[in-house]
Ligand binder design. Structure first.
Ligand SMILES: *[C@@H]1O[C@H](CO)[C@@H](O)[C@H](O)[C@H]1NC(C)=O
Ligand SMILES: *[C@@H]1O[C@H](CO)[C@@H](O)[C@H](O)[C@H]1NC(C)=O
Ligand SMILES: *[C@@H]1O[C@H](CO)[C@@H](O)[C@H](O)[C@H]1NC(C)=O
Ligand SMILES: *[C@@H]1O[C@H](CO)[C@@H](O)[C@H](O)[C@H]1NC(C)=O
Ligand SMILES: *[C@@H]1O[C@H](CO)[C@@H](O)[C@H](O)[C@H]1NC(C)=O
Length: 632
């Protein structure tokens, strides 16, 4: 196989069909090659006159009688440019390099056709593998394999690789000098996966399409009840798994949650049943043992990393059709897999422990503001001087002490019985002091009662900017690795700081348990709120955690599908339909709730009206009784 890879030939030709071009009959090539070329033209013939690129991969070992060369092609098509003709003697030439060059052409062309010419299954398999890895093909790219392989072998080849079976591919099998068959692999048909003969070509009758078939058939508009493998892990409230053991002993797992419901609907719309491939849980590795954890931290982290991608890795490897739980659409993830239409906007929240109450002695201080305390202190320092001034005018000596006690006592709400023979000045002084003590004392007592019964919590961190200032560590679940990469590679300074502080924990519970006022846990909003309610809320409804008001990260989110998944258009269409239906329903609901400002009805006013009626009746009775009594 190696030698084929090394000597693969690629011509990159920008071609447009010449209007109603016919091959000149008197060509120098053999009849078989001529007929093969006509067949290829008939199959690939673009209906439009748009500029189209033709990429030709040829196995140089294939016998020359079906080989196409550039000169021949140029008689049928207008070769606009170019360009790369690789030297088959260059042994270092790698097919992946060819594929990369071809991809550039595909990327810059309005439409692309790829033709692979070989009789060697190994060359074809290696092409399939490389084009998949090099991401050469998308559904819009039509691939035609031209070969003389025996039919049995061709069937096996078409079924064997993703490129031929799932992508928009057909095979042109040259049967003899004058006829060819066109085959396509249908992964989902009423009779299961199979290779069908789409058309025949003969030099006398040209292209004849079989029955109701079409060239380059649609493969994914109906799955005809096939079973499709998907991957998911429980992620409430998006994906919830419940396993029940049926009376006959078999375990039946049911899937609920918003994404699961959507998956059920999608399965119905596209007519498939889905099978959730068993993915290992994220915390499979010995996280239970705390000491083990610290000892093996780095090792465990590596293991977690590999576990993390289980769900999406199966998608990337095309074992799983789709990962059916919503994923943040991050550029780092796009390198590994594609996303469907982004049907959600997902917010990531940061969770912190609620700040605890201040020690109770501060509660005595809290009711008055700092300025008031200062003023009171000032007054308390000043008053003894005034008191001494007032009292020094009088003869009695013991009064200074008594007066001080009285002053303080009055502040604390004790009565201040005035003694005999006090001077006018001291009375005025005492009166003004009493007013002051009354006001301050009442205000303090009132506020103290309020402060003790409704304690004031210290301010919380509610914004991302505050979070950046205060937090020491950020924790995230294992799939937060992509978020960490996203943060560290971001251009935002704050995000870079967050990225450097982000650590991974095995699951949400261990993350939330570690959360404090300087350690925050990052998780998508619906999931984390549910977890707090379920695991961190006491019977009285209180809990020790809170979710910051500002969002940590807001991102579009979709479902991971393999790179260039050929069924993505069908899934996207379905998701858009769901979104449209959802917004229609929302609009109807708003209409229904409008005009809701109701007048008070008898239902509300019955009690008062009855009361009034009873009162009137009683009054009437009393009046009657009085009138009667007056007459008697
Ligand atoms: C072989 O092809 C590669 C293409 O990447 C090129 O870099 C290299 O110089 C070529 N070697 C020779 C001997 O042509
Ligand atoms: C495809 O083309 C776009 C511009 O049209 C370019 O930004 C992008 O990098 C190209 N991708 C590849 C793989 O060449
Ligand atoms: C779904 O697939 C089954 C099995 O092939 C088929 O009988 C049924 O008609 C299909 N339903 C739709 C709506 O195509
Ligand atoms: C789905 O997975 C099962 C193994 O769990 C495998 O046997 C089956 O072939 C897979 N189906 C497809 C279509 O890949
Ligand atoms: C067991 O019962 C369930 C339904 O309760 C059924 O779907 C399943 O096929 C049964 N399995 C066996 C082995 O009988």
């Amino acid at each position: 196989m190696g030698i084929h890879i090394a000597t693969g030939i690629l011509w990159l030709c920008a071609l447009v069909p010449k209007s109603s071009a016919r091959l000149p009959l008197e060509t120098s090539i053999g009849e078989a090659a001529y007929s093969a070329l006509q067949a290829i033209n008939a199959v690939l013939n673009p209906e439009t006159r748009d500029f189209c690129s033709l990429l030709l991969f040829r196995d140089p070992l294939t016998a020359s009688d079906i080989s196409l060369d550039l000169k021949l092609l140029s008689e049928q098509w207008s070769v606009r440019e170019f360009e790369v003709e690789t030297d088959s003697e260059n042994a270092t030439l790698d097919i992946s390099w060819l594929i990369a060059e071809a991809r550039k052409v595909r990327n810059s062309s309005y439409c692309t056709r790829v033709v692979v010419l070989s009789d060697d299954p190994a060359f074809l398999a290696s092409f399939a593998e490389s084009s998949l890895r090099g991401r050469l093909l998308v559904w819009a790219t039509r691939l035609l394999v031209v070969t003389r392989l025996p039919l049995q072998e061709l069937r096996r080849l078409l079924a064997s690789s993703w490129t031929f079976s799932m992508m928009n591919a057909m095979a042109l099998r040259i049967e003899d000098a004058f006829s060819s068959g066109v085959y396509s692999y249908l992964p989902y048909s009423p009779s299961g996966a199979r290779v069908v003969r789409v058309a025949t070509w003969s030099s006398s009758r040209g292209l004849t399409i079989a029955g109701h078939r079409q060239l380059f058939p649609q493969k994914f508009s109906n799955f005809h009840g096939a079973t499709v493998n998907i991957t998911a892990l429980p992620y409430r409230p998006y994906w919830i798994e419940k396993t029940k053991v049926a009376p006959n002993g078999t375990a039946v797992t049911t899937y609920t949650g918003s994404d699961a419901l959507m998956m059920h609907a999608m399965a119905q719309a596209l007519n498939f049943t889905f099978h959730v491939l068993p993915s290992k849980d994220w915390n499979e590795v010995g996280f239970q043992d705390e000491t083990m954890l610290t000892v093996m931290l780095s090792l465990v982290e590596i293991l977690v990393m590999t576990k993390v991608v289980v769900v999406t890795k199966k998608v990337a490897e095309r074992e799983s059709f789709i990962a059916s739980v919503v994923h943040l659409h991050l550029p780092q993830r796009q390198k590994i897999y594609d996303f469907t239409y982004n049907y959600e906007i997902t917010n990531s929240d940061f969770t912190l422990a609620k700040p605890s109450l201040r020690p109770s002695w501060q509660g005595l201080y809290y009711p008055l503001s700092n300025e008031v305390w200062l003023c009171i202190l000032f007054v308390l320092l000043l008053t003894p001087f005034l008191a001494t001034l007032v009292i020094c005018n009088r003869e009695s000596e013991g009064d200074v002490k008594t007066m001080s006690l009285k002053l303080i006592g009055s502040l604390l709400g004790q009565s201040m019985a005035s003694g005999r023979g006090e001077s006018g000045g001291s009375r005025v002084f005492v009166a003004s002091w009493l007013v002051f003590a009354f006001v301050v004392g009442t205000a303090y007592r009132g506020n103290l009662t309020a402060a003790l019964t409704l304690p004031k919590y210290p301010p919380r961190i509610e914004t991302v900017a505050q979070l950046a200032e205060t937090v020491d560590r950020l924790l995230a679940p294992p799939y937060g690795k992509d978020v960490r990469d996203f943060l560290t590679q971001s251009e935002s300074k704050i995000f870079q700081v967050f990225g450097s502080k982000l650590e991974l924990v095995p699951d949400i519970l261990s993350g939330l348990k570690q959360a404090s006022n300087r350690i925050s846990y990052i998780e998508s909003d619906r999931f984390v709120r549910l977890a707090i309610v379920e695991h961190f809320t006491l019977a009285d409804g209180s809990n020790s955690l809170y979710v910051g008001r500002e969002k940590f990260l807001t991102s579009i989110a979709g479902l991971p599908v393999p790179h260039d998944a050929p069924y993505k258009p069908q899934i996207d269409r379905f998701l858009m339909m769901v979104i449209e239906r959802r917004s229609e329903t929302a609009a109807e609901e708003t209409e229904a709730t409008e005009g809701n400002a109701k007048a008070l009805s008898v239902t509300h006013m019955q009690g008062p009206l009855l009361l009034l009626l009873l009162g009137l009746m009683a009054a009437g009775l009393a009046f009657l009784a009085e009138v009667l009594a007056g007459k008697a």
